[in-house]
Design a protein around this ligand. Structure first.
Ligand code: FES
Length: 577
């Protein structure tokens, strides 16, 4: 009999090689149509697939998976569909972020537990690519992402609609009385016109593009619209590529280095990407043991010019970015700001793939010397309101509010906000600073995207469209405004945000990176959190939420669970029989 099981060295061979009872069981139950030579040492490749009817942005990924499979077979591998936990941003309650770490943990464990040599990661909607990358980083098997791609542009009454961003704008217009409820409902069916994720520079677009900047996709694939046949071509090529990566032993830890993360921070700024990328990149880096801090986003990214004119900060949508030359054209503009040594899944440096990139529409992608904004990255603020930091995206803020002093109007929970915001007697002016607390990782729990509180109707009626808002939660990547978010420590973890009272003067000074309440240190130290805030923070009794609240870390380190930081590799020491 052949001695292939003796010489086969692949990880899957640890299950399949040999003539003992266990190898027999592993092979026999897997056959079901697989040819005998599927077990001759060929690489077995999982397609970690977040397709789900309840994640509408990822519904098309089963088709993408079929094209990955073709490439894998063609290159001599064995593709295996692995449905994994999926998260639909608009559906999952209380917030999809609560489940990012759960999805990542489940994916990590299934990748490690199964007889596979590498994995193709299929994601799209906001949390799915972060969860897949976090998991892949902890298992560190050869891995490559196929981003599901954005949907095509929505249109309504002759004008384009950006999904997400225009929901906020239209709903504000309804609240201001300048748009009828009927017209608002009509716009609903015009916004989502195709498969794919949100087409603004929201979190899904940002993380799909940053997956490529990190080096984790087939070069040139990220940003391909979901209905575009080139996505399927890329999926096919990715199937071939993962087989080659396994032969080369190219793992995420080799690809996602500090240089790759700094490249991602530079790209995040130039793209005008979502603030959510901060917590996701920090979590991925934490799994790899790459030294990365929130301050790196300010140090490396804050001086980078904004080159891409996409909603929510700008005018265009992802379809336009792809037509204008795509991610590579943007990265080519950045040139010297990128680490030339950071490699991709091809084994070659990212910058080597950019030489042929061209810009075809200078309205969408601006040149370095004529940017939309000279400094576009994320600013990290510190002060007696945020001892461990808070972030703001100045490019999405009103310039006149970046230096501001105003009286606080405090809300202890989202429910408190909803109950009082529309009250005509609410004591609030355009100079007020809205503060919403109880929305951090522990407090909500799950750190929802609620930081961009609506402007109170009485101010909307006066023409106010933006004001300073401060929160320990996150903000949708499709939202905009002068919003300070990710305040750490959060109020529910004892942060000073929980001590502010309505009427206290709050000082925002983005230029000097400060966020303070104008109170003597002794007074702040003597205060206790309001009883209503403590009431709103109910500690979950059981299940994932209890585990999450007891172990989740703060936003400034990526909101990962404390015992999940780091990597366990791909080794499983014990047999199952
Ligand atoms: Fe899925 Fe926006 S809801 S990406």
């Amino acid at each position: 009999m052949e001695d292939w099981w003796i010489t086969a060295r692949s990880r899957s061979a640890q299950w399949y090689a040999g003539s003992d009872r266990n190898a027999y069981i592993h092979r026999a139950w897997m056959r079901r149509g697989l040819p005998s030579d599927a077990f001759d040492g060929r690489p077995h490749i999982a397609i970690a697939n977040t397709a789900s009817d309840l994640t509408p942005c990822n519904m098309h990924l089963n088709e993408v998976a079929e094209h990955v499979k073709r490439g894998v077979w063609e290159a001599g591998g064995v593709p295996l569909n692995l449905p994994v936990v999926s998260l639909g941003e608009t559906n999952v309650r209380p917030t999809a972020m609560l489940w990012r770490n759960m999805a990542a943990m489940a994916i990590e464990e299934m990748l490690r537990a199964n007889p596979i040599d590498g994995v193709v990661l299929l994601g799209g909607c906001d949390k799915t690519i972060p969860a897949l990358l976090v998991a892949a980083a902890s298992v560190d098997l050869p891995a490559v992402v196929v981003p599901g791609g954005p949907m095509i542009t929505g249109t309504f009454r002759g004008a384009t609609l950006g999904c997400g961003t225009d929901v906020w704008k239209l709903s504000e217009e309804v609240r201001a009385g300048t748009l009828s409820g009927e017209a608002f409902l009509h716009s609903e069916s015009s916004m989502i016109r195709s498969k794919g994720h949100c087409n603004t520079m929201g979190t899904a677009s940002t993380m799909g593009l940053l997956a490529e900047v990190l080096g984790m996709t087939l070069p040139g694939l990220a940003g391909t619209p979901a209905p575009d046949s080139r996505l399927l071509e890329g999926a096919h090529e990715t199937g071939r590529l993962i087989v080659e990566m396994i032969a080369a032993g190219r793992r995420p830890s080799e690809v996602m280095t500090r240089g790759s993360f700094l490249n991602a921070i530079v790209a995040l700024a130039a793209l005008g990407g979502s603030t959510n990328a901060v917590v996701h990149l920090l979590a991925i880096a934490g799994r790899l043991g790459v030294e990365l801090s929130q301050d790196d986003f300010d140090r490396t990214g804050s001086g980078v010019p904004l080159l891409v004119d996409l909603q929510p900060a700008g005018r265009y949508l992802m379809d336009d970015l792809y037509r204008a030359g795509g991610l590579h054209a943007v990265l080519n503009e950045l040139g010297d700001l990128l680490d030339p040594k950071a490699i991709t899944v091809t084994g070659r440096p990212l910058v080597d793939h950019l030489a042929d990139a061209k810009v075809y529409d200078r309205e969408v992608i601006r040149p370095r010397d004529a940017p939309l904004q000279p400094e576009a990255g994320i600013a990290v603020l510190y002060g007696n309101l945020a001892p461990d930091g808070a972030v703001i995206k100045p490019a999405a803020a009103s310039p006149h509010l970046l230096q501001h002093r105003g009286p606080a109007v405090v809300f202890d929970s989202v429910e408190d906000l909803h109950a009082r915001l529309d009250d005509p007697d609410l004591q609030v002016t355009a100079d007020s600073v809205l503060i919403l607390r109880g929305c951090g990782p522990k407090g909500y729990p799950g750190m929802p995207e609620v930081s961009n509180m609506p402007v109170p109707p009485k101010l909307l009626a006066q023409g106010v469209r933006d004001m300073v808002r401060i929160c320990d939660g996150r903000m949708s990547g499709t939202a905009y405004g002068t919003v300070v978010l990710h305040v750490a420590p959060e109020a529910a973890a004892g942060g000073p945000l929980g001590l502010v009272r309505t009427g206290d003067m709050v000082i925002l000074d983005v230029e000097n990176r400060r966020l303070d309440v104008d109170l003597p240190a002794e007074e702040l130290a003597a205060r206790r959190p309001s009883p209503t805030m403590a009431e709103a923070f109910a500690r979950p009794a059981r299940g994932w939420q209890r585990l999450y609240v007891e172990t989740v870390q703060q936003a400034n380190t990526g909101a990962d669970l404390d015992f999940l930081v780091g990597s366990s590799g791909d080794h499983v020491p014990r047999e199952s029989h």
